[in-house]
Write a protein that binds this ligand. Structure first.
Ligand SMILES: Nc1ncnc2c1ncn2[C@@H]1O[C@H](COP(=O)(O)O)[C@@H](OP(=O)(O)O)[C@H]1O
Ligand SMILES: [Mg+2]
Ligand SMILES: [Mg+2]
Ligand SMILES: [Mg+2]
Length: 367
């Protein structure tokens, strides 16, 4: 097998699955989140979106690669409840999953027969695998950036293929990101803008050793992407990308790191692995995810698998706050790592030095 053929079929299947799930989450956003009846505290649309997207991707993987394990964020326990609310949720998920799976998408993967309730629940529960170092497994975050999804910001459907603990393929759908990286991102909370714009929706694809690419939701042509070329000398001109949520990443520590590196541009805040994607195509240079508080939070593999490979293949280095590579072979979580630091190869080590200094100053040098 030539290197460009490696993972060819997996890539095709993963793109089709992520594309379908992205179209369905978009539909849920348009119909439920952006509807006038939605109250601010109502989290149910994201739940409908999560379950439907996981059902769609897992059904396709189960059919195409029946022996592969899946480590997915969600499970169907809630949908098995007899409570009327959950029954209603289940019916909605069944309908959306079937619509998503039977939609005509690039002439591929159409189901001959719609799924029954129990089949949809089973598909979602295929994501229960424990992970580990041996063999092939997929990892799925059906909606990464649930907060972003609800506020009309960025979110991503993220699928990675991990083989013997290494991410080999990553496919990520970002329905609210402009295809053109130079175009302005929709203003957060402006649901009408997201609904109206026709230039939104990107799929990112990376295969180990074969580069990083993007395509739109409608045109299958893959176009190469890469990080902005930045050297240690021009580090001061860099910009940061960080979480919107201050509970997910320490904004204060990030500011100090910027100061230490002489960076003055304000950080770009964005939900989800769209951060990895943005930096990968040169819109932002450094992705920082500094642990908050005592650093007891353990990152999940589905929050980083696809994004980290994309950024590496686009010319970057991804590590934790100590410069250790992310270890995807230890189960469902990144137990050997703390936080994430991602940047162009040429400046990554310098960023890690500044991270260590900033944590030391805060009395968190032990993290
Ligand atoms: N205390 C914490 N620290 C870091 N990440 C956290 C966290 N609590 C939740 N998360 C993860 O942060 C992800 C979103 O990341 P970001 O802040 O970059 O948008 C969430 O994914 P989901 O939205 O899929 O649940 C969730 O898994
Ligand atoms: Mg997530
Ligand atoms: Mg999620
Ligand atoms: Mg979650």
């Amino acid at each position: 097998m030539t290197s460009s053929n490696k993972w060819k079929r997996e890539e095709e299947v993963a793109i089709n699955a992520v594309l379908r799930a992205s179209l369905t989450t978009s539909q849920v956003f348009q119909q439920l989140v952006a509807s006038s009846s939605m109250t601010k505290s109502d989290k149910s649309p994201v739940t409908v979106g999560d379950f439907s997207a996981q059902a769609i991707v897992n059904s396709i993987l189960a059919r195409e690669f029946p022996d592969d394990a899946i480590v997915g964020e969600e499970d169907a326990d809630d949908l098995r409840s007899e409570v009327e609310d959950k029954q209603q949720l289940k019916r909605k998920v069944l309908q959306l999953a079937n619509e998503g799976l039977t939609r005509d998408v690039e002439g591929q993967n159409t189901l001959s027969k719609t799924l029954e309730e129990e089949e949809v629940l089973k598909a979602i529960d295929r994501g229960n695998h424990a992970g580990g170092i041996k063999g092939r497994m997929w990892t799925l975050d059906p909606i990464d950036g649930t907060k972003g999804f609800l506020r009309g910001g960025q979110y991503a459907v993220c699928l990675g293929l991990i083989v013997d603990g290494k991410v080999e393929l990553g496919v990520m759908g970002c329905p609210n990101l402009p295809v053109d990286k130079a175009a302005a991102k929709p203003k957060e909370g402006d649901f009408d803008e997201v609904k109206k714009r026709t230039d939104l929706g990107v799929i990112f694809v990376a295969k180990r050793g074969q580069g990083a690419f993007q395509r739109s939701l409608t045109d299958p042509t893959l176009r190469p992407i890469s990080l902005r070329d930045i050297s240690a000398a021009s580090l001061a001109s860099a910009s940061f990308c960080e979480s919107v949520e201050s509970g997910h990443s320490s904004h204060g520590t990030n500011s100090r790191i910027a100061q230490l590196l002489g960076i003055t541009a304000p950080s770009v805040r964005m939900d989800s692995q769209a951060k990895y994607a943005s930096v990968s195509r040169g819109d932002g240079d450094i992705y920082l995810r500094l642990p908050v508080g005592d650093g007891s939070y353990i990152e999940k593999i589905w929050d980083h698998a696809a994004g980290s490979l994309l950024l590496e293949e686009a010319g970057g280095t991804v590590s934790d706050i100590r410069g250790r590579p992310l270890d995807f072979g230890l189960g469902r979580t990144l137990t050997a790592n703390k936080g994430v630091v991602a940047a162009h190869k040429a400046v990554h080590a310098k960023v890690i030095e500044a991270v260590a200094k900033a944590l030391e100053e805060e009395g968190r040098g032990h993290l």
